[in-house]
Design a protein around this ligand. Structure first.
Ligand code: G3P
Ligand code: MG
Length: 546
């Protein structure tokens, strides 16, 4: 790959951007404003983070392997002190049920780390062109997800979420479909769609016109988010069929229409494009009328265009990958069309608010979702180990030495809770779930996508810890030069997962062995070589909920 060709200046945001050989006219100006994303400098890491697994950091934090650093006087300070004290004072117990594992970890270098654990890194996946192509599931996806769920030689579970620009149905429905396609359980908490962050507009607008999707599916999604009065173009067409002279409502359409609304008296406060329009001509007619209306009332015109409803797009993908051999026009293309018609009609540029990838708002949202999901995966893992440790306690020392260090978590939990009462184990754990973890940020977030303009730009623009991977199963065509340069490029999602797993294992091993008391220069040991910054350890801070 010729790197010097990768940073194409002033290239369009549209379909041709994926074809680096296309020569653009110097006067070309895209309607898809980049909102300053290309000028952003990704946020640097505030702290250095550890590549040791989250669960090892968790276990270690109880035993002084890593430094606990609650803010003095913060609500965390007391609880973490308690937990640390609990760890230290329980050393008699620990000796029996796990402390030898601790010294193992401290004293022996390894060639491979393969005890059960939760990764410090994470994954985020694009969906169309990475996991699916229209009705087809990309064959490598199932195996890739299985690996992240812990079926790998390193015995590591890697938290992952999905960030798609697609939408048109509830996140729960998308999660269900992914679960069926991938043969595993995906929860709605793992799924962000283009319109998901629009939830934040619920308190801003009462009357919204939602565009896109099949029938009234998007109305239901918006209502599910909490929007009060949600209208769709079919309602307007029912109110006055002359609005769209080239489209007549079908009986099916009529079934989902709101029939009692007078849109000459009902103010549309915002137009929310949730999903791809199924009826461009009719939808554009209505959208443009409202954008040029007086105050969002149908049948009115403005001379100033300054009190029309705002328009929001769930994403700006100009093209996207389906099971057809060539990419198809997407919501970004509708945006271009509306902006062009608006400019032609008014002589003005259309102001648009954009969500989805590569927008910053969606990035922040994704970070929040990923943080919660990593916490859930860690908590579940600790819970599993806690129950497993319960049945392991009587094992011999030899057997014990084969066990992972995370089993340390159990006695610590027991000790911290037994200070207050004599509850049985089940109740003990129940109480422990009240602990919250101040997780360190993911050491790396691997983002796998197929569209350079959305996915790679998204992963490259906002935070240094995100690592973009471009696959060849979707919009990006092998042999072309992507406008936005990924950190890694590979055939498919399975290659992406394997690449990251190997890379991260080397990083983890290097850190593990650098902490070991024996001689890591032993020629039998793997000597990792990864050009990434490894750092001093940042730790989980156990604390209680306020
Ligand atoms: O309409 C969906 C499409 O534009 C992109 O979806 O999953 O590739 O972000 P995705
Ligand atoms: Mg895609």
């Amino acid at each position: 790959m010729n790197n010097s060709n990768l940073n194409v200046q002033n290239a369009p945001s549209g379909a041709e951007a994926s074809k680096a050989t296309a020569v653009q006219s110097p006067s070309f100006q895209s309607y898809l404003n980049n909102d300053g994303i290309d000028e952003l400098t990704p946020a640097p890491r505030k702290k250095r983070v550890s590549s040791l697994s989250l669960s090892d950091q968790w276990a270690g934090s109880f035993h002084g392997l890593t430094k606990l650093n609650p803010e003095p006087g913060s609500p965390n300070a007391g609880s973490s002190t308690n937990l640390r004290r609990a760890g230290n004072s329980s050393s008699g117990n620990l000796k029996r049920s796990g402390s030898s594992k601790l010294s193992l970890r401290k004293s022996q270098s390894k060639k491979i780390i393969d005890h059960a654990r939760v990764a410090s890194y994470a994954f985020a996946f694009d969906i169309d062109g990475v996991i699916v192509k229209g009705p087809e599931t990309i064959p490598y996806a199932k195996e890739a997800i299985k690996i992240l769920d812990g079926n790998n030689k390193y015995n590591i579970k890697v938290p992952y979420i999905f960030v798609t620009n697609g939408g048109g149905r509830p996140e729960s429905a998308r999660a269900k479909e992914l679960s069926e396609r991938l043969g595993c359980e995906i929860l709605e908490e793992q799924v962000i769609q283009g319109h998901t962050p629009m939830k934040d507009l619920v308190d801003v607008y009462s009357n919204v016109l939602v565009i896109g999707g099949v029938g009234d599916a998007c109305r239901k999604v918006a209502e599910g988010y909490g929007f009060k009065n949600v209208f769709i173009p079919l309602d307007i067409m029912y109110w006055n069929p002359s609005v769209t002279p080239y489209y007549t409502l079908t009986e099916e359409d009529k079934k989902v229409c709101k029939k009692d609304i007078d849109f000459s008296k009902t103010k549309i406060e915002a137009i929310l494009v949730f999903a791809d329009s199924r009826n461009w001509a009719a939808d554009q007619q209505i959208i443009l009328e409202l954008l040029m209306s007086k105050g969002g009332y149908m049948g009115t015109t403005s001379t100033t265009y300054d009190d029309a409803p705002g328009i929001y797009f769930a994403h700006s993908d100009f093209i996207w990958a389906t099971n057809y051999k060539l990419s198809r026009y997407g919501m970004g293309a509708l945006q271009v069309s509306i902006a062009a018609l608006y400019r032609e009609s008014t002589g003005r540029e259309l102001n648009v608010t954009r969500f989805g990838k590569p927008q910053k708002g969606t990035f922040k949202y994704a970070e929040k979702v990923l943080k919660n999901w990593r916490k859930d995966v860690l908590e579940e893992h600790v819970e599993e180990l806690t129950s497993a440790a319960g049945s392991d306690e009587e094992e011999s020392d030899d057997e014990e030495a084969k066990q992972p260090p995370q089993t340390l978590a159990k006695p610590v939990f027991e000790e911290s809770e037994s200070e207050d009462d004599d509850e049985d184990e089940g109740l003990t754990f129940q109480k422990l779930t009240q602990l919250t973890l101040d997780l360190p940020p993911a050491s790396t977030v691997y983002f796998v996508g197929d569209t350079p303009e959305s996915d790679i730009r998204f992963a490259n623009s906002h935070d240094e810890s995100w690592h973009s991977i471009l696959v060849k199963t979707g919009v990006y065509q092998d042999g072309t030069v992507p406008k936005y340069k990924p950190k890694y490029i590979c055939e498919n999602v399975l290659d992406a997962v394997n690449y990251a797993l190997e890379r991260e294992h080397l990083l983890e091993l290097e850190e593990w062995n650098s902490n070991a008391a024996d001689d890591p220069s032993d020629p039998d040991l793997v000597q990792p070589s990864v050009d990434a910054v490894i750092s001093e350890t940042e730790v989980l801070i156990p604390k209680t909920k306020n």
